[in-house]
Ligand binder design. Structure first.
Ligand code: F6P
Length: 319
C-alpha cells in the first residue's frame, strides 16, 4: 500500500481534525502518500482530493468541525454512486480509505467494500456515542461537556424563577448524551429512547421539588414522546404545569475538542493506518478501555450498544 485517503462523513464531531492529523501523520511516518477527500462521500464521487502533508495538518488539533468538510451523500447510497467513487479512487491510485463517521458512514463503507474490493476501514466519529464496538466515539466527550455547561446555566435561571425546564439534547436513536449529562447536571428526570418515559413519575418529581418547582428534565431527542417541545406540551395539558423548553441542538456539535476527544481521535487515527497496512478492511477501529478493537462494520449497527443499566438506576437514586 502506497497511498491512502481519509474522509469525514455524516454529522461532524469535535475531534475529527485531531483524527485527520493523527491518521495522516501516522501514514506519512510509514512512507505513505496521503490525501484528504473534500466533503465526505460526495467528494469521493467527484474525485475531490487534496494532499495532506505535515503542513496541511498543522494547527488543527484543537479546532472543531472538520477541515475536510462533510456531507450526508444520497448518491453514495446508490450502487451507481459507489461505482463512480471507486473509479475516481482507482484513477488517483488510492489503495486504502479511512472513513470517519457514524452508522450511515459505515453502511456506505461496507457496501463500497463488498462491491469494489477497495480496502476501507471505519473510525467512530459521532457525538451520539451509539456505535457498537467502542466504549466512546470521537466527539462524544466534547458534546456532553458543552451540553452540561449550557444546562448549568439553565439551572441558574430555573433556580432563580422556580421554574420547570425541559432541555433536549442530541442523540438521534440513543440516550447516551442525555443519560451522562442528566446525571452530571443533577437532573430530576432523564427521558431517553431506551426506556419508557412515564409522565406521571415525571410529574411526581416536579411536585417533590416543593413550592419552588425548580426542576431540570433532560430529554434525548429520540425519546418516544418526540422531544422537549412535545413533553412540555403534554405536561401543560395533563398536569397544568408550565414548563419552559430549550433545544440545545447543533451547539453540541461544535467547539474545540476536549483532551479526551483529542487523545481518542489521535489513538484511533494511528490505529486505523496500522489496520490498513495489516490488511484489515470492512471493520471499525474502536477502543474498549485502552485496547484497540476491530469490529466488522455491519456489527456496529446490527448489534445494539446498550446504555449501562446501572446508569439508569443511578439516575433514579439521585433524582
Ligand atoms: O448523528 C449526530 C447527530 O448530531 C444526531 O445527534 C442528530 O440527530 C443528527 O446528527 C442531526 O443531523 P443533521 O445535522 O444532519 O440535521
Amino acid at each position: 500500500m502506497k497511498k491512502i485517503a481519509i474522509l469525514t462523513s455524516g454529522g461532524d464531531a469535535p475531534g475529527m481534525n485531531a483524527h485527520i492529523r493523527a491518521a495522516s501523520r501516522a501514514a506519512l511516518s510509514k512512507g505513505l502518500e496521503v490525501v484528504g477527500v473534500i466533503g465526505g462521500y460526495s467528494g469521493l464521487i467527484e474525485g475531490d482530493f487534496i494532499k495532506l502533508g505535515r503542513k496541511e495538518t498543522a494547527n488543527i488539533i484543537g479546532r472543531g468541525g472538520t477541515i475536510l468538510k462533510t456531507s450526508r451523500s444520497k448518491e453514495f447510497f446508490m450502487p451507481g454512486g459507489r461505482a463512480a467513487a471507486a473509479e475516481r479512487v482507482r484513477e488517483a491510485g488510492i489503495e486504502g480509505i479511512i472513513a470517519c463517521g457514524g452508522d450511515g458512514t459505515f453502511h456506505g463503507a461496507h457496501a463500497f467494500w463488498l462491491e469494489n474490493k477497495i480496502p476501507i476501514v471505519g473510525t467512530p466519529g459521532t457525538i451520539d456515542n451509539d456505535l457498537y464496538g467502542t466504549h466512546y466515539t470521537i466527539g462524544y466527550d466534547t458534546a456532553i461537556n458543552t451540553a452540561a455547561e449550557a444546562i448549568d446555566r439553565i439551572r441558574d435561571t430555573a433556580d432563580s424563577h422556580g421554574r420547570v425546564f425541559i432541555v433536549e439534547v442530541m442523540g438521534r436513536h440513543a440516550g447516551f448524551i442525555a443519560m451522562d449529562v442528566g446525571i452530571a447536571c443533577g437532573a430530576e428526570y432523564i427521558a431517553i429512547p431506551e426506556t419508557i418515559t412515564n409522565l406521571d413519575i415525571l410529574y411526581q418529581r416536579i411536585l417533590k421539588q416543593g413550592k419552588t418547582r425548580r426542576t431540570i428534565i433532560i430529554v434525548g431527542e429520540g425519546d418516544e414522546h418526540g422531544g422537549a417541545a412535545k413533553i412540555s406540551e403534554l405536561i401543560k395539558e395533563h398536569y397544568e404545569i408550565d414548563a419552559k423548553f430549550t433545544i440545545l441542538g447543533h451547539i453540541q456539535r461544535g467547539g474545540s475538542p476536549t483532551v479526551r476527544d483529542r487523545v481518542l481521535a489521535s489513538h484511533l487515527g494511528v490505529a486505523a493506518v496500522e489496520a490498513l497496512l495489516n490488511g484489515k478492511t470492512d471493520v471499525m477501529i474502536g477502543r474498549q478501555g485502552h485496547e484497540i478493537v476491530y469490529t466488522p462494520l455491519e456489527e456496529t449497527w446490527t448489534r445494539q450498544k446498550a446504555i449501562w443499566s446501572y446508569m439508569i438506576e443511578l439516575s433514579e437514586i439521585l433524582a
